[in-house]
Design a protein around this ligand. Sequence first.
Ligand code: SF4
Ligand code: SF4
Length: 156
Amino acid sequence: MITSIWELFNKEDLYECYQCARCTGSCPAAMVLDDTYGPRETLLRCLNLGQEAVVTDQRIWYCTTCNVCEDRCPQEINIPELLTAIFNIAAQRGNLPEKIKFGVELVAKTGRTLVVSDKVNRDRQKLGLPALDPLDVDAIEGILKKTGLNELIEFS
Ligand code: SF4
Ligand code: SF4
């Protein structure tokens, strides 16, 4: 089991940051949160306060993994990859919002990220699209077991 974000992300890359704040200035999550949160702040908290301070912070889940911070970073620091490492450890620690659990359960059970209701299929028919048939979820079950996600989430 992975126990440190530094097993998934090269800590040395963060020392390339020169604190210009372009990442936070472009981050959609930072725009809707208070001014103490953003990719630059996450990076600083990792370095100054350590792993526990970030993996227990519920605000990390506001990240949409849009990659804008990496695109705008003059030092090409891959902050979405850092956040992915943080998500992994946070989930193990039980910091996993209900909406994420719901999404994983939906994918596990249906293979899709949205509920295919009768209305969805009626709307598709109006657009000349075929109805969505149930998908084979055997492969997804294998992924859940291999990644350990099935142990982190109690499926209803
Ligand atoms: S990937 Fe996450 S942290 Fe980076 S800009 Fe997008 S929402 Fe913000
Ligand atoms: S854009 Fe890059 S260099 Fe600038 S603060 Fe963000 S991570 Fe650091």
